[in-house]
Design a protein around this ligand. Structure first.
Ligand code: URA
Length: 259
């Protein structure tokens, strides 16, 4: 099969801009395909053959990159915030190829956030089927009982369904009577999931930090700084979301031999 992309996606994949900005550029008549202006971002183009130009300059796909950001609290995971709040893009190197966040962290959450211009890899990481483990450290209100921690691990009911089994353990200062520090390893990534899980057992998250995504660890990356993956890290990440990963559930349908 020939690779085809909607035009907005083609521009974002090429590291030019976000899909939102691409749609605006297309609507403004700034994008040409094979010499003709196109204004419909939904129309599919053959990415392997079409010559796509933005403002008269040919757009080519750039090498695939993944970056790690040590996100501080107080930054929203979006390219432009309608309320004018600080965004994670302020922490990425200026003028670099366009990178999209892989999933998101809440404004009040710190820790590891990935960015990439490889939308297939991003989709593979965020797909529920990837079951890629993500490790969080949460400081929770109150002294949580062992039964409550076991309930978190077994799965708690949320309005969008029960959570999958998770690894949950106490970490840190055991003498604090007012809070409990937990490490949680989740294999799903629903919206505000950790906060909602902790609320489901009658407590509240006071601070939340993501330490690890699959094989990638924050390590000693300073708060507020970003760096590209090493080749070894990128290979490990690709292997971790590969459909051929031994422990990964097999898809039921046969999608042919092209992948
Ligand atoms: N779970 C949350 O509740 N918030 C995050 O930012 C990430 C996971």
């Amino acid at each position: 099969a020939r690779p085809t992309r909607t035009r907005d996606r083609l521009l974002s994949r090429a590291g030019v801009c976000s899909r939102t900005a691409a749609r605006q550029a297309i609507a403004a008549g700034r994008v040409q395909v094979d010499g003709r202006i196109v204004r419909d971002p939904e129309v599919w183009v053959d990415a392997s053959r079409a010559v796509v130009c933005l403002d008269g300059v040919e757009v080519r796909e750039r090498p695939k990159e993944v970056w790690l950001l040590h996100k501080p609290t107080g930054y929203v995971t979006t390219a432009s915030d309608e309320r004018g709040r600080a965004t994670v893009y302020e922490l990425l190197p200026a003028g670099h190829t366009w990178l999209a966040p892989v999933g998101r962290l809440d404004r009040d959450t710190s820790g590891l956030l990935l960015f990439t211009n490889d939308s297939d890899l991003a989709d593979a990481i965020t797909a529920p089927a990837s079951k890629l483990p993500k490790t969080y450290v949460a400081r929770c209100r109150g002294r949580l009982r062992d039964e409550a921690i076991a309930a978190l691990a077994a799965g708690v009911p949320l309005r969008d369904g029960p959570t999958l089994p998770a690894q949950v353990r106490r970490v840190g200062d055991a003498d604090d009577d007012h809070t409990t520090m937990l490490e949680l390893v989740l294999v799903e990534g629903r919206n505000r999931q950790v906060r909602r899980m902790i609320e489901a057992i009658g407590s509240e998250v006071l601070t939340l930090h993501r330490r690890r995504i699959g094989p990638l660890e924050l390590g000693d990356l300073p708060l507020g700084e970003a760096r590209p993956t090493t080749p070894g890290e990128l290979a490990a990440l690709r292997a971790a979301v590969s459909p051929d990963r031994p422990d990964r559930p097999r898809p039921r349908s046969n999608r042919g031999s092209a992948r």
